[in-house]
Ligand binder design. Structure first.
Ligand SMILES: N[C@@H](CCC(=O)N[C@@H](CS)C(=O)NCC(=O)O)C(=O)O
Length: 198
């Protein structure tokens, strides 16, 4: 059974949501970052970055929420969280999966820290553009891949939920509100929310 290392009120939320979407049993290993559990020698052997979430699947260990999304979606194809190899939708699926940590996450940090960056040098351009691009992508919906919910929605949906709804760092837009509402209506999202509250 997969083991998910998680901490309450943290970025672990997206991977809790992911595991709940699979419908597969998994073990949750509480790794309370407020108590320094992420810096023990045992945990650093699983994620040398000393951060949650992390995943253990037999002998395989890994971290980084978006990578965990990709891995778990492949391990449980029956959960239909990723377009199969060869499906043209896979291009956009991978694009959005990487867009979450590559663009949304640094844009959120930039907004929170108010650090000025040259948009030519910053891989995410600038925060305004990141959220403008998402706005266009989410206008049609219901999901990033149209009718197909995927693990990319977990990665992007979690980021939008935190930045727009929870922390109100990013102004709401009609497309964001509709999309976050759709994410939040999923039973797996709601179960993850209860678990993540600690
Ligand atoms: N890039 C990582 C970020 C993980 C991360 O920043 N986790 C935070 C909690 S939200 C953490 O573990 N902080 C504890 C620490 O840095 O000691 C991912 O996407 O999974």
């Amino acid at each position: 059974m997969m083991k998910l290392y998680w901490s309450p009120r943290s970025r672990s939320f997206s991977t809790l949501w992911l595991m709940e979407e699979t419908g597969q049993p998994y073990e949750r290993v509480l790794t309370d970052i407020s108590k320094g559990a992420q810096k023990t020698v045992e945990y650093l052997a699983i994620n040398p970055m000393g951060k949650v979430p992390a995943l253990q699947d037999g002998e395989a260990t890994m971290a980084e929420a978006a990578a965990i999304c990709a891995y778990v979606a492949e391990r449980y194809p029956q959960a239909d969280l990723a377009p199969p190899l060869g499906d043209p939708l896979r291009a956009k699926y991978l694009y959005w999966l990487f867009f979450a940590p590559g663009c949304v996450e640094p844009a959120m940090v930039q907004i929170a820290t108010k650090v000025e960056m040259n948009p030519l040098s910053a891989g995410w351009g600038d925060a305004q553009r990141v959220f403008d691009v998402l706005d266009v992508a989410l206008t049609k919906g219901p999901w990033l891949l149209g009718e197909n919910f995927s693990a990319a929605d977990i990665a992007i949906g979690s980021g939008l939920y935190f930045s727009v709804r929870l922390f109100k760092m990013v102004p709401a837009r009609p497309s964001f509100d509709r999309y976050i509402d759709a994410c939040a209506a999923r039973p797996a999202f709601q179960r993850a929310g209860v678990i993540a509250a600690g």
